[in-house]
Design a binder for this molecule. Structure first.
Ligand code: GDP
Length: 477
């Protein structure tokens, strides 16, 4: 599982800003022909406009780096001015991609951005694929894979807390932790190889308590902590999928509408996700909570059909938290019990709604078995009990967990899977050392852990994994 870091040598270009009418739009060009392309279409203001044909265009590459230049984009075929622009010129390697980069700030509008991009492409650039600029930053060694992933996390952050995790990752928090575990393992390997090559000199150094301790403290404990971090904080980064379920008329839509009104987060759709249900994201104490408007649930009054609808069931299974709603003003029915049976294996909050219709000290008669499920009384109609409900949601999502500076390193699912495999192998390697297994065999395990961890930061990741990561990006990033 070695990756072949294929250096790309062509020049790519794309519109980097959302297309639409706006103040400015940016076209980004990266690669070895970026400057010659810019030179062929950009006319600096000091050279503009008289007798263009007589004058030599200034060598774009001789302009100072990391400066903005005012001028015009010209269609050289017909001499037409397309727009007045600011062009930035950035010399490799101090750029996003580590290649020569030109950014053209134009006015923003479909036609102007499209025409200038066309001109850039005609002048020799190729249209960039989604995420290709960031992919180049990774291939050229400016960022590792976790930092590249953080770019998209930042773009897609739905709450401030998800953003904190993403910024910590883009600064290299996860990367440096992984690098330090790998270097600990490499040290063990080096010592041990010395022991194999010169057994008379170093004796049995690998079979000592010391190396076991290094493995336990420097590798196993750190891996365990990272995996815990995933479990503790994953909803902060990935969002919590919540479903409101209950028989017709208990007040599900009323509650959802209220939550959406109070806490809705505006999100742009993430490429590559298809949605069968309409989803809304809420910000509940910094946790992005995704609720689906399970249309299937209240389109029908037949409860058997309600819980039988395949999509809803699928959604329930794929969710992280269920709000199981009941009506305080109405005794439990067989439908409630049936619904409970379909959701009882999930993380659950019982929401007793319509408490405005009953006495202060009322208690809904529920089966004894349900007593352990956390519950909250609310009135969706009057907005009572909602803050207690939100506290409960946040508590169930993260437990007592607090996102402090030292905790901000939160692996994603891909990282966690690799961490778990690494942990298993590391634990078994420690056992083998204890058993005084010949080191040649232990070395295989240790190398495997080094490789698995390398997948996380991208020094040993498969090409399809890498492609998959970058395909989640938008064009122009
Ligand atoms: P759903 O079928 O579960 O989505 O239920 P709805 O949200 O459509 O609510 C059904 C009816 O109950 C509507 O007439 C609501 O106005 C009413 N309702 C919802 N929540 C409350 C509440 O907290 N108190 C009272 N009194 N009525 C409520």
């Amino acid at each position: 599982i070695r990756i072949v870091k294929k250096m790309e040598s062509d020049t790519i270009a794309a519109i980097a800003t959302p297309i639409g009418s706006g103040g400015i739009g940016i076209i980004k060009i990266s690669g070895k022909n970026a400057f010659s392309i810019a030179r062929s279409i950009f006319q600096r203001s000091c050279d503009f406009p008289d007798k263009l044909q007589d004058r030599k265009l200034p060598l774009f590459s001789s302009l100072r780096s990391h400066r903005l230049y005012h001028g015009h984009i010209l269609n050289t075929e017909n001499g037409k001015v397309l727009d007045e622009v600011l062009v930035s010129k950035m010399d490799a390697p101090r750029t996003y991609t580590r290649e020569d980069v030109v950014e053209i700030n134009t006015h923003s509008g479909h036609v102007v951005l499209g025409s200038i991009l066309d001109l850039v492409l005609k002048s020799g650039a190729r249209l960039a694929e989604p995420g290709e600029f960031t992919k180049r930053a990774y291939l050229n060694g400016r960022v590792d894979l976790t930092q590249a992933e953080a770019v998209i996390d930042i773009i897609n952050s739905r709450t401030e807390k998800s953003l904190e995790i993403a910024t910590s990752q883009i600064k290299g928090g996860l990367k440096s932790t992984i690098e330090s575990i790998r270097s600990t393992l490499l040290d063990i390997l080096t010592d041990a190889e010395a022991a194999i090559d010169f057994p008379e000199d170093v004796g049995e150094i690998i079979h000592t308590e010391e190396s076991i301790e290094v493995l336990e403290i420097g590798v196993i404990d750190v891996l365990k902590k990272l995996i815990d971090q995933y479990e503790n904080a994953r909803y902060l980064r990935d969002g919590l999928k919540m479903v409101v379920i209950g028989r017709p008329n208990v007040g599900k839509s009323s509650l959802m509408n209220r939550l959406i009104q109070e806490d809705r987060v505006i999100v742009t759709s993430i490429p590559g996700t298809t949605r069968d249900l309409i989803e809304e994201t809420l910000n509940i104490h910094g946790i992005p909570v995704v609720i689906a408007d399970t249309a299937g649930l209240h389109d029908t009054d037949d409860p058997v059909e309600v819980i039988g609808i395949e999509k809803t069931q699928e959604y329930i299974n794929g969710s992280d938290l269920i709000l199981f709603m009941m009506d305080a003003s109405d005794p439990l029915t067989g439908e409630d019990i049936k619904i409970y049976e379909t959701v009882k294996h999930k993380r659950l909050i019982m929401v007793i709604n319509k408490v405005d219709l009953v006495e202060e000290d009322f208690k809904l008669a529920i089966p004894e078995l349900w007593g352990k499920v956390p519950s909250v009384n609310i009135s969706a109609l009057y907005g009572r009990g909602l803050s207690r409900l939100k506290d409960l949601i946040a508590k169930l999502a993260t437990g007592e967990y607090r996102l402090e500076v030292r905790n901000r390193i939160v692996p994603n699912l891909r990282h966690k899977n690799a961490l778990e495999k690494s942990l298993q192998i590391a634990i078994s390697a420690a056992k083998e050392i204890r058993r005084e297994t010949p080191f040649e065999l232990i070395a295989i395990d240790i190398k495997e852990v080094i490789d698995r961890l390398g997948e996380i930061i991208g020094v040993s990741a498969r090409e399809d994994v890498i492609d998959q990561i970058f395909s989640r990006f938008c064009i122009g990033k």
